[in-house]
Write a protein that binds this ligand. Structure first.
Ligand SMILES: [Zn+2]
Length: 428
């Protein structure tokens, strides 16, 4: 991706030429459209941003790995029935209660634990995954990037319009992670949604599922969106707004394709049994997170304890206990909780970030540095770079400190402001 973008940025004339020459036929719809981003670049965008996208959404769900395998199997079956079976599709379950699913270019797809709980059958799961496969296969998100690119170049601006929403994680991202955030926060047009519903339902039918499930799923979404809580706005309904129009369109597609095929209700219920059983523990955790954010540490602690007691295998619950101790300034007490979190899931940036913060406070610089590096590798954030700057400064490595502070200073956050002050102090 980067070569073409750099090239395009270089000259408005070059852009005009590319706009004329870079037309392509959409592999799903057969329509001609803008094609600034090649298939190789689409695949590279997805590959380079998939991990960061997962990290921003609480990382992967790993308490029941069988569930992830199951979702991936259903996804691959649909991908094979799609118009672009050759893309390097991947399907993961994210450890997040918000009902949401997303696709990055090149077939990198994720579905949240919270959305799996809202569905009744394997065919409904297939409807969600089919819909996301179309967003990837029909280049909906790649096209969104192209529109931003063309718009910016037309206006003579240098940077890509892939800003992050004003949410907690978004504010803290630095460097390449903002591209992943832009991909996640993408809003699809009504046309793109209808196209994803239609072709997704066709792929379902080809894979042997009953298209009626796409109607049921959309009805569930409409019902939920009517009584929605504020958290839902950040999820599925922001990027893929449900509507009665989509219900009707799916009904027409189901009639056209015939209401035959597998529903897979029993199989699905068996596969999500662990999720269902542990749902109250995750509710306690989510409430504990909100309490901690609001400064109610005692309430957060009670809820985190409750969650750990109900499901001790979940890394996030131990991580919350660690975060509470950090907020209370009890760095030494935080460490055993964070160690337990990392022992259960070593691939989530926040555990390493918080371990690094606690160790820096305890002047355990070498260990702090290794956790902060791991955290930055999973997801580059301003707090990790700022703290890594402090560690380097304490270790007498001025150049490395300045480098970390400069990266953190890009961010419009408290860590960014602290990094800017540290740079001033150092005369850098
Ligand atoms: Zn959609």
């Amino acid at each position: 991706m980067s070569h073409q973008i750099v090239l395009l940025r270089a000259s408005g004339v070059a852009l005009a030429l590319l706009l004329i020459t870079a037309c392509a036929v959409n592999p799903v719809t057969g329509q001609r459209e803008l094609g600034l981003i090649s298939e190789a670049e689409e695949i590279a965008i997805g590959r380079d941003n998939y991990v960061a996208g997962q990290q921003m959404q609480s990382g992967r769900y790993n308490v029941d790995p069988v569930l992830n395998d199951y979702v991936a199997q259903v996804g691959q079956r649909l991908a094979e029935a799609s118009d672009r079976p050759g893309l390097p599709y991947e399907f993961v379950v994210l450890n997040n209660s918000v009902p949401n699913a997303w696709a990055m270019p090149g077939g990198k797809i994720a579905i949240n634990r919270g959305l799996l709980l809202e569905m009744d059958s394997e065919a409904e799961l297939a409807a969600v995954l089919g819909h996301e496969i179309v967003h990837a296969a029909a280049r909906h998100s790649a096209r969104g990037m192209e529109r931003n690119l063309a718009l910016q170049l037309g206006l003579g601006l240098g940077a890509m319009a892939l800003g992050t929403r004003e949410d907690n994680v978004g504010m803290l991202l630095v460097g390449g992670a903002s591209i992943a955030a832009g991909l996640l926060n993408q809003r699809y047009s009504r046309e793109a949604e209808l196209e994803a519903d239609r072709y997704g339902t066709i792929y379902m039918a080809r894979a042997g599922y009953n298209p009626e499930a796409a109607v049921e799923l959309q009805q569930t979404f409409v019902r939920l969106s009517e009584g929605r809580e504020s958290g839902w706005l950040d999820g599925l309904f922001a990027s893929h707004p449900p509507s009665q129009q989509r219900v009707e369109a799916n009904r027409a597609t189901a009639t056209e394709l015939g209401r035959e095929g597998r529903m897979g209700r029993e199989t699905y219920q068996q596969r999500i049994a662990v999720l269902k059983r542990t749902a109250p523990a995750y509710e306690a955790y989510d409430e504990g997170r909100r309490a901690l954010r609001d400064g109610e540490t005692d309430k957060a602690h009670t809820l985190a304890r409750q969650a750990v007691a109900a499901e001790p295998r979940e890394a996030l619950f131990h991580g919350l206990l660690g975060d509470i101790d950090i907020q209370r300034g009890r760095y030494r007490d935080a460490l055993p909780h964070l160690e337990r979190a990392m022992a259960r899931n070593n691939e989530y940036f926040a555990f390493h970030l918080n371990a690094g913060i606690a160790m820096e406070q305890l002047q355990d610089y070498e260990r702090a540095r290794s956790h902060l590096e791991k955290s930055i590798q999973l997801l580059p954030t301003a707090p990790a770079h700022y703290t890594a700057g402090n560690v380097a400064r304490a270790q007498g490595d001025r150049n490395r400190a300045i480098e970390h502070y400069r990266t953190a200073a890009q961010s419009d956050s408290e860590a960014g402001a602290r990094a800017r002050r540290a740079l001033q102090e150092m005369g850098a």
